[in-house]
Design a protein around this ligand. Structure first.
Ligand code: NCD
Length: 302
């Protein structure tokens, strides 16, 4: 029997475990499950800014009755006193920390932590690589809207290349049998993304009438030396605005992992659109993370 100790990307979860996480999310949202992590200590190590992910991991841990420590990089000897990542992991383990939630600007960092740390590690976003719990809450939001994801067509629009959210969502949605249409300019979306249930399109207007859901992305400017597409061009071709909302099917939904940049990838009309699901996504982030914490720490078997 293999016990799933860490969640670095969605591939670490079997199909059964994915379904289990979604069932447990629904249960936990209906009724607080009580202190399933009583007496356990969790540390959240965020080397990069975070509002939604950080807050929802904190709430999820606290609702499950865990002891919660938040380690900002400036508090870590790792950053300024030459302590290695491996020695930091030993130290946190000796303090009784059983689970680390890690966000870092470097792809692969949480995996390195997982190799050194005698406990569970959850990747809360590493560079452009992966953001598995965001993909889980996105998929959960789509299941809530449509029941079944298989056979649905989901567009992901914008800076795919630099988006760990997109990379994890593509993996998850493809596994669940969705058709994925990626939309964006060449500089943010090389043609090599096409294949295995994924298509690449440049014409947003042509895609809109064909899809069940649109996931918008922020341009990840902090990961790009010089933005290769001007704001003017991006807005003209890819901003979701009132006119483009009119091209969607009546029951289509629009999502965004946040933070969204008003005036760039969307305008204010999207925030008033009946199918705008952003607040549901954020809300589900707590339940999904409670389900993941319980799965890993309590070694649940679906
Ligand atoms: C994203 C992230 O940090 O990966 N936000 C999130 O966690 N919900 C997306 C982004 O920064 O644009």
């Amino acid at each position: 029997m293999r016990i799933r100790r860490s969640l670095i990307d969605l591939d670490d979860l079997t199909a059964e475990e994915l379904a289990f996480v979604f069932d447990r999310t629904a249960q936990f949202e209906r009724k607080d499950p009580g202190p399933l992590l009583a007496g356990k200590a969790c540390a959240n190590m965020f080397f990069e800014e975070s509002t939604r992910t950080f807050t929802s991991f904190n709430l999820a841990e606290m609702r499950l009755g865990a002891h919660v420590v938040n380690l900002a990089p400036k508090n870590l000897s790792l950053a300024t006193k030459g302590e290695t990542l491996e020695d930091t992991a030993i130290t946190l383990g000796a303090l009784g920390i059983g689970l680390l939630v890690v966000r870092h600007q470097e792809a692969g960092f949480p995996q390195r932590v997982a190799l050194a740390f005698d406990g569970h590690v959850i990747n809360a976003g590493d560079g452009v690589h992966a953001h598995p719990t965001q993909a889980l809450l996105d998929i959960y939001t789509l299941i809530e809207a449509f029941g079944e994801i298989g056979g649905r067509t989901i567009a992901i629009v914008g800076d795919i290349l630099h988006s760990r959210v997109a990379h994890s969502a593509i993996r998850g949605l493809a596994r669940l049998g969705a058709s994925i249409v990626l939309v964006g300019p060449e500089a943010f979306l090389p043609g090599s993304y096409a294949g295995n249930g994924v298509s690449v399109e440049r014409d947003f207007d042509a895609v809109l009438p064909e899809v069940d859901a649109v996931i918008l992305l922020r341009i990840q400017r902090e990961r790009i030396a010089e933005t290769p597409v001007s704001d003017r061009e991006y807005i003209d071709r890819f901003r979701l605005d009132n006119r483009r909302l009119g091209l969607l099917r009546r029951d289509a939904i629009v999502m965004h992992p946040g933070p969204y940049n008003r005036g760039i990838e969307l305008d204010d009309s999207v925030l008033e659109f009946a199918g705008w699901r952003y607040a549901r996504q954020v809300m589900h982030g707590v339940g999904v993370r409670m389900a993941v914490l319980d799965l890993l720490v309590n070694a649940r078997q679906p």
